[in-house]
Design a protein around this ligand. Structure first.
Ligand code: M6R
Length: 370
């Protein structure tokens, strides 16, 4: 069942490329345009949508946060991302033109289910992004876009995360198509860059795993880790931090690199490991330079920096102690590759500590109570 791997988590991380490829499959017509008839909401209703609220928990909420950057950029409507358990207790503003997107791997998370019920009671449309056919969340939603990651057994969510990002991107591109907020060619170009992501993820798995394992061996005794990123690297930092705390029982915090000087830098002491997601230096120089400055700041205080950066990034190589590489790709695609070494790192750390990586203590695969 584990296909020769030591654990389900191992197997599922190695299925990241397939999860992305399968989630893209069958979502385009012969002209290369997006065809999401399967979701059961007609294009006219989509055209009327003027706000999106994504509700989800844990890893699924970080996939939602990544999607916010992309969808707002492509569709030019506000996208809020809310932890499902907070949603209905704050009297959210919902109208028939609000699309609530519930993201859930299992389709059984009670907090997410209660949030979607609340949204529907208030007259909003709910679209589920879900990995489990026939589960409760898609059944109770107006529409569903399935991720095709295949069954995810390990408690720590891995391949579902990349598939959720892809599905949410497809939704965003579809909205851009029906609302006409982007040129057809632009949409096709983005779709093309999505289609090559499985190969890029595979490259990370093939070329970076050894380096990640060495880093996990040398850092096994670290008491805590900080993760930081900016833009789409911010939710990736939070996801990397969640993976490590969940299965290696290490205290971690993920935060936006810009926040460093507003508090967290006080935590930095000699030897503190800090994982930094470094944006590409192409096109978005400003962000790249800002993240590199954050690395310089923490290095000056003795931190041990592990960077995730584009292959050949001279600044990352110069300032970080260890660099896990991503192949070049557009910024909005980078979460799909950047999360991979972080998944492997958490797995290796947990293995080094002799822990059960598939069934971490105190956790259930789906949380069916509020
Ligand atoms: O099944 P769901 O996607 O609704 O689950 C949401 C969270 O409980 C889940 O992502 C959790 O955070 C994972 N254990 C993270 O690895």
């Amino acid at each position: 069942q584990k296909g020769g791997w030591d654990s389900y988590m191992d197997k599922e991380i190695h299925e990241d490329p397939q999860a992305v490829a399968d989630t893209l499959l069958g979502r385009f017509d012969t002209n290369g345009d997006l065809n999401l008839d399967e979701v059961r909401i007609d294009p006219e209703t989509f055209r009327q949508i003027d706000k999106i609220i994504i509700v989800a928990c844990g890893t699924a909420s970080y996939a939602g946060l990544v999607a916010k950057y992309a969808i707002e950029h492509w569709v030019r409507i506000p996208v809020e991302v809310e932890l499902a358990h907070e949603f209905r207790y704050r009297d959210p503003i919902l109208t028939p033109r609000t699309l609530v997107v519930a993201i859930s791997q299992s389709g059984e998370t009670m907090d997410t289910l209660m949030a979607l019920r609340h949204a529907r009671e208030q007259g909003s449309q709910v679209l589920a992004i879900c990995n489990t056919q026939g589960s409760t969340i898609p059944r109770e939603s107006d529409a569903v876009l399935y991720t095709h990651a295949g069954p995810e057994i390990a408690v720590a969510s891995t391949k579902a995360f990349v598939a959720q990002i892809v599905a949410a991107y497809l939704l965003g591109l579809y909205l851009a198509q029906v609302k006409g907020t982007m040129f057809r060619d632009e949409i096709h170009q983005i779709v093309d860059s999505l289609k090559v992501m499985p190969e890029k993820i595979q490259w990370v798995l093939d070329t970076q795993a050894e380096k990640v394992a060495r880093a996990a061996t040398s850092l096994v005794d670290a008491k805590s880790f900080l993760f930081l990123g900016r833009h789409v690297g911010y939710p990736v930092a939070m996801e990397g931090a969640l993976k490590l705390k969940e299965i290696a029982y290490t205290f971690t915090e993920g935060f936006a690199a810009g926040e460093l000087k507003h508090g967290p830098i006080a935590l930095v002491e000699p030897g503190e490991p800090i994982v930094v997601i470094v944006p590409s230096s192409r096109g978005r120089d400003l962000l790249h330079n800002k993240v590199i400055s954050a690395i310089e700041e923490v290095k000056a205080r003795g931190a041990f920096v592990v960077a995730v950066a584009e292959e050949g990034d001279p600044d990352a190589e110069r300032y970080a102690d260890v660099v896990f590489y991503r192949p070049a790709c557009p910024t909005l695609m980078s979460p799909l590759v950047d999360v991979v070494p972080l998944q492997l790192f958490a797995l290796d750390m947990a293995k080094n500590k002799g822990l059960d990586v598939d069934k971490p203590r105190n956790l259930a695969k789906s949380v069916t109570v509020e």
